[in-house]
Design a binder for this molecule. Structure first.
Ligand SMILES: Cc1cc2nc3c(=O)[nH]c(=O)nc-3n(C[C@H](O)[C@H](O)[C@H](O)COP(=O)(O)OP(=O)(O)OC[C@H]3O[C@@H](n4cnc5c(N)ncnc54)[C@H](O)[C@@H]3O)c2cc1C
Length: 494
């Protein structure tokens, strides 16, 4: 199932880019209020191998400037000044979709395309596995295990419930029976009721992601692969990693967000999609993974049982803590592996480039977060045992803070769509529903022959609104005692 980009069967000679003869791509300008330059009248598609795919841009190649380091306003302007791609070639009998991103949304999109008989290839950057923000770190020789992004999920949507039932039957997920609740600074723990059920990946979230497509036959997975260019040519999308072709597709799905997606879309010929993506705002979160020789004192008074997971209240440096050893291995003795997440506010205050965290910042953040754990548990100063293993990670674009509140986005002219958690919320459930919605929408669109008509346009102009929930996302059905913005029950309509 999993193969490197170079082993991709789509890279057989029939899939390699051909020189332009009769391009089936035309170019038109969307109706924006800001004026843009005249249409490229020769109707020529950019060549797939072109190092300078500027024919869709309204500016001359010489004026092209990198999009990084520019203001939000100016990058927005640049996205809008792209020329819109318009595919006119009929959809073939056996179309194939390129999905860029192998997190929950991209994987469910592939799964539901398969259910409609449509082939797809999922590209993902993951070196250790699929999943994106469903990350699990395992250190074999200890053994230590940590879910280092998504922790657990709840289910409210009937389509998602169907999917989760299947995972339960296949032994991929199970209910988390441990005590989860809210921990007030000073060690006051209030457990959540057992309903709604809380689910976890049996061996962690990443193994769940890696298993989601194990029963498919129409899905190809290419990883690790960082799709760096999208080019419309001869009626299909040509994807490449740096300059290495990754195949050609009848439609594409952008199943990731943030800087990476903005960069990919900046000169793609999809100005409406690029504009919607750029409106998304994301909050950073620090994750501290720590292993302790002895159990942490989580039975906070003589009568209470130890807790396994807690949303922390009243401490700025910590918003969540969970005992992975108990959650994933059911282990009461031996080292305890804990995941601690900061609040979004703390993430923002201490934000640095996530690829190169200065050592001094890492040390300070780690110490402040451990102090936060101490305070949350109501321990006296400096009495928390020192962890024998720590790993600090910054999720620079952890969670969305605004949303258009629609299941997916689709541009029928450009034969491109977006799915992801942020379209509806900030949870695995939202991501899955979005992937399912986009798959069904693309399948309907293909069934109609791939019309350019507005009938199939979704979410290209929707406004955004702020998104509430916990600092680590939404858990529909599990409302916090004092949570002001409740996560909505998610519906699936496009
Ligand atoms: C710290 C943290 C804690 C969380 N806790 C919970 C929780 O307990 N419960 C819950 O329900 N949700 C939680 N969430 C949210 C949840 O993880 C996300 O909502 C969900 O995983 C998003 O899935 P996605 O498919 O939309 O995006 P992602 O998971 O981000 O997937 C996108 C994928 O695309 C890949 N990609 C990016 N660019 C490219 C490219 N150019 N080429 C190829 N691949 C590319 C990325 O590497 C990534 O694998 C948490 C998130 C964070 C950060």
């Amino acid at each position: 199932m999993t193969s490197a980009c170079s082993n991709n069967p789509l890279l057989s000679s029939s899939f390699l880019l051909k020189s332009p003869k009769l391009p089936n791509v035309s170019i038109f300008f969307p109706k924006f209020s800001n004026p843009i330059s005249p249409m490229n009248s020769n109707n020529k598609a950019p060549t797939g191998n072109s190092k300078n795919p500027t024919q869709r841009r309204s500016k001359s190649p010489g004026k092209y400037k990198p999009r990084y380091g520019t203001s939000r306003k100016s990058t927005l302007k640049k996205s809008l000044s792209q020329e819109q791609v318009n595919f006119t070639k009929p959809i073939p009998d056996d179309p194939v979709v390129g999905i860029i991103g192998g997190g929950m949304s991209g994987l469910t999109c592939a799964l539901y395309l398969e259910k409609r008989g449509i082939r797809s290839t999922v590209f993902d950057t993951g070196i250790h596995g699929l999943g994106g923000r469903m990350g699990t770190r395992m250190i074999d020789h200890q053994p230590l295990i940590f879910d280092h992004a998504a922790q657990f999920f709840t289910v409210t949507n009937p389509k998602f419930a169907e999917l989760v039932d299947d995972w339960l039957n296949r032994g991929l997920v199970r209910e988390w029976q441990g005590r989860i609740g809210e921990l007030e600074v000073g060690g006051h723990f209030v457990p959540f009721p057992s309903s709604p059920p809380k689910y976890i990946g049996v061996n962690g979230m990443r193994p769940l992601a890696d298993s989601l497509l194990s029963q498919t036959s129409l899905v190809n997975v290419v990883r690790p692969c960082w799709v760096s260019t999208l080019e419309p040519f001869n009626g299909t999308w040509h994807l490449s990693e740096k300059e290495k072709p990754c195949g050609q597709f009848d439609a594409i799905v952008i199943a990731h967000n943030g800087k990476c997606a903005n960069r990919l879309l900046a000169s793609s010929g999809l100005p409406l999609i690029a504009r919607q993506m750029k409106r998304l705002e994301l909050s950073p979160i620090w994750a501290l993974l720590a292993a302790f020789e002895d159990p942490l004192p989580t039975a906070l008074n003589a009568e209470s049982l130890p807790f396994e997971g807690a949303f922390v209240k009243g401490v700025e440096s910590v918003s969540w803590m969970a005992n992975n050893s108990k959650k994933l291995l059911g282990r009461d003795s031996g080292p305890q592996c804990w995941t601690f997440f900061s609040t979004a506010a703390f993430g923002k205050q201490n934000k640095v480039p996530q690829e190169s965290i200065p050592a001094a910042t890492a040390e300070r953040v780690k110490e402040v977060m451990l102090e936060g754990v101490e305070k949350a548990l109501g321990l006296s100063k400096s009495s928390l045992q020192r962890p024998f293993y720590t790993r600090l990670q910054l999720w620079g674009a952890a969670l969305p803070t605004n949303t258009p509140g629609i299941p997916c986005i689709f541009d029928p002219q450009g034969r491109a769509g977006i799915c992801g958690d942020w379209l509806l919320g900030s949870s695995l459930e939202a991501a899955a529903i979005s992937g399912i919605a986009l798959a069904d929408h693309i399948a309907d669109y293909f069934e109609q022959g791939g019309p350019c008509s507005d009938e199939f346009a979704v979410g290209l102009h929707d406004e955004y609104k702020p998104l509430g929930g916990h600092d680590i996302g939404q858990f529909p059905g599990l409302e916090s005692v004092d949570q002001t913005t409740k996560a909505p029950a998610l519906t699936l309509t496009t």
